[in-house]
Write a protein that binds this ligand. Sequence first.
Ligand code: ATP
Ligand code: MG
Length: 281
Amino acid sequence: MTTDMPGARSFGPLPHPGEPGPQPLLQVDGVTLQYKTEKHLVTATYRVSFDVYKADRFVVLGPSGCGKSTLLKAAGGYMAPTEGSMRLKGVRIGEPGPDRVFVFQEFDQLLPWKTVKQNVTFALQSSRKMRGRAAEEQAMRYIEKVNLGKFANSYPHTLSGGMKQRVAIARALAMEPDILLMDEPFAALDALTRRRMQEELLRLWADTHFTVLFVTHSIPEAVLIGNRILLMSPHPGQVKGELNSAGDDPVDPVSGRKLSDRIHEMLFADRVEEQEVVPHG
Ligand SMILES: Nc1ncnc2c1ncn2[C@@H]1O[C@H](COP(=O)(O)OP(=O)(O)OP(=O)(O)O)[C@@H](O)[C@H]1O
Ligand SMILES: [Mg+2]
């Protein structure tokens, strides 16, 4: 694995050599994830390891089909590794829980029959995180944070795609999860809105310092959003390297090249392999 960090500002609590570091929030250790279909065994990721520390904006970057969404599913507790382990705060992840909350790409992740405020309040109440007035106040606090206070009583179908994503983010952050799992949350937005949402996410992070595991296949998005970036190889996904980013696409003082150019080179160094489909039975 490459750990390449010259010129990069480190947000992650990298331990000094010889000093024990803090325990990672999420430890992914040698994780192989497979799907058994009727005819095939599909290996989505192969022996993937990485650590996410508290307040990391940890980005998983890789081409389509390399297993990014599958990794998030496993972190969410919806799928068990066939090999290796995933631990949250040292405890093996076994099932879904309100300590891990998803934001997806799709605009239809809100309940259409509930208003913006009811969507957020409902999430808090149904997870038994909060009830009554406390849930409403918490909902409004986070709706205000994403600048949708005026739309608290609007229904999702009256909102733009970007606004719906902001509600989904407010709902997720209101839960105050240990880790936010974001699967290409801005990929379906137009370029200008996407850029605005990326900036907004960074502003929210500066405000509350949440921990996020963020999946994308956009190099510029990874460089902007991530303080740490995990590069994955094509299917089946394996770790190609891990890099630090300071958000402004820094130039490496040694090679004189931009971080995004180095990532591009690392990702496309190998030819794209054919889909590996292993028959079983
Ligand atoms: N439910 C499933 N059953 C069988 N195979 C699956 C299933 N879901 C995903 N796969 C396979 O697992 C591999 C990884 O899929 P995954 O969706 O995790 O990739 P990804 O990196 O998120 O891709 P994308 O960038 O296109 O979203 C792919 O080969 C895919 O075909
Ligand atoms: Mg995906």
